[in-house]
Design a protein around this ligand. Structure first.
Ligand SMILES: *Cc1c(COP(=O)(O)O)cnc(C)c1O
Length: 477
């Protein structure tokens, strides 16, 4: 497919402004030295270009998207309708609070409901994504220790199954990372955890269910080990879809939590649109929250900056319209619908796992939560077919591949997260396709090495793409 600049024909652009019929003024300011390089296309060609582009990608609206850890569920269109209401879109963030009561009500209500779900006392809606929430939450932990004069707490403990953003955020927040290994059953090794804590422990970062798709049954003991050592517990809420409305991080011993509105609470994501990673905390940390917090007294909403605020992590109230979508979604589901969605997410993952486990052995035995990890290690040794080969073959069947090679502790990992919004028919169809792919691995492995045959891009050179990315178009002068 041609790039928009390659479709451009000089003189074919659309002129939107009428001819100038007043004397032209030349600005006495330094001008551009190189041309602006705007593509020149008719509106018709422009429309075709972007429609063509949209057909080259796979989204939840095109087909099944079991990308583990990412919760690619269907987002009801009603959320978009609510976020498009002029009362929400035509507002200025600097408007005085008394002229924006409706919007403040939404922010307050969304924060309250998320507090109820997570078991936290206060919530900031400022962070723009999960990783941004992690960074924010770690700054809360840092400020807490500092405020008590406890400056030697410089280490954050992260299990080896953690999402890559956890150690990255801890490092950005100025901490050093201590890794604790998982046991063969996928849970944190308690003895190793006890050996890792000390008076330099600032806290622990953990997601539960973890990235192997298991609920760590020792969670209360884990968070107690950290608390006893004087550290705080951070909950990576990206996997909340498995447990929302059923158990609460606040009751598991966590002090700070982020949630991914764009995963769990129905904002489309993955190359599309803004996200949001609200951070909740227990009351003793609320004074450190960033930005302005919405308060309500006698039905009037006001804004105030917490006393020892870490400052702003983003402009104003973060991605406000994502909060509108999350609140709409929560109100649609209601108190019974939230845990029901979680249960169905877990049921769907177990169903798919069960149907394919004869060919795709799970990394850990037993019942999974909302996702499961299968290992292609054996198939690779026996038939020379890797996790990548299976993922590429799936593209030819119109299914987005699962997450590959994550978590790092499982060799040739394929991580499936079907989500609750898929029907049994879709899961059965996918299971049949996966079983067929494994039959092909046995009888004709080369056909899998050649896949995909139907995708616009087959097997890009991933190393070069990562090491020497070409991110801008070079114009001929
Ligand atoms: C997605 C994810 C994150 C990071 O969230 P972003 O919104 O992508 O920054 C962190 N932890 C886990 C387990 C995740 O799945």
């Amino acid at each position: 497919m041609k790039l928009i600049f390659e479709r451009s024909i000089p003189g074919h652009g659309q002129t939107l402004l009428p001819h100038c019929d007043v004397p032209e003024i030349t600005l006495d300011a330094p001008g551009r030295e190189t041309p602006l390089h705007l593509a020149e296309l008719s509106e018709n060609d422009l429309s075709r270009h972007f429609t063509e582009l949209s057909k080259q990608v796979h989204g939840v609206n095109c087909g099944f998207y079991p990308l583990g850890s990412c919760t690619m569920k269907y987002s009801p269109k009603l959320d978009e309708d609510m976020a498009a209401l002029p009362g929400f879109t035509d507002i200025h963030p600097l408007q005085p609070a008394h002229t924006a009561q409706g919007c403040l009500h939404v922010l307050h209500e969304a924060a309250q409901q998320l507090c109820v779900i997570t078991g936290m006392d206060e919530m900031t809606m400022q962070p723009a994504a999960g990783a941004h929430g992690e960074f924010t939450g770690l700054l809360l932990i840092k400020s807490y220790h500092r405020s008590r004069g406890d400056d030697k707490r410089t280490k954050i403990i992260v299990p080896d199954s953690a999402h890559g953003t956890n150690p990255a955020s801890a490092s950005m927040a100025g901490f050093t990372i201590v890794n604790v290994p998982s046991r063969a059953d996928g849970c944190v090794d308690l003895e190793k955890l006890k050996a890792a804590v000390g008076d330099d422990t600032a806290g622990l970062m953990l997601t539960n269910p973890n990235t192997v798709g298991l609920f760590d049954k020792n969670i209360l003991e884990i968070t107690k080990i950290i608390h006893d050592a004087g550290g705080l517990n951070y909950y990576d809420g990206a996997n909340l879809n498995a447990v929302m409305g059923i158990v609460r991080p606040g009751d598991m011993g966590f002090d700070v939590v982020h949630v991914n509105l764009h995963k769990t609470f129905a904002t489309p994501h993955g190359g599309g649109g803004p996200g949001s990673g609200p951070v909740g905390c227990k009351a003793f940390l609320a004074d450190f929250l960033p930005g302005q917090v919405v308060r309500c007294a006698d039905g009037v909403y006001t804004l105030s900056t917490p006393e020892k605020s870490i400052g702003c992590v983003r402009g104003f109230h973060g991605n406000f319209l994502v909060a509108v979508k999350a609140l709409t979604y929560l109100m649609m589901l209601g108190r019974e619908g939230v845990p029901e969605a979680a249960r169905n997410a877990v049921l769907n993952a177990n169903y798919l796992m069960h149907r394919i486990k004869g060919s795709y052995p799970p990394a850990v035995d037993g019942i999974c939560m909302h996702e499961f990890v299968a290992s292609m290690d054996k198939a690779k040794h026996e038939f020379g077919v890797s996790a990548t080969d299976v993922a590429k073959a799936m593209l030819d069947y119109g299914i987005h591949p699962p997450t590959m090679y994550f978590p790092l502790i499982v060799h040739e990992a394929l991580m499936f997260e079907p989500t609750e919004t898929e029907s049994k028919a879709t899961l059965d169809e996918t299971a049949d396709i996966l079983l067929e792919i494994m039959e092909r691995a046995k009888s004709d492995p080369d056909s899998l090495h050649a896949a995909p045959l139907t995708a616009p891009i087959g097997r890009p050179d991933e190393v070069t793409a990562a090491r020497q990315p070409v991110t801008r178009y070079v114009f001929e002068q």
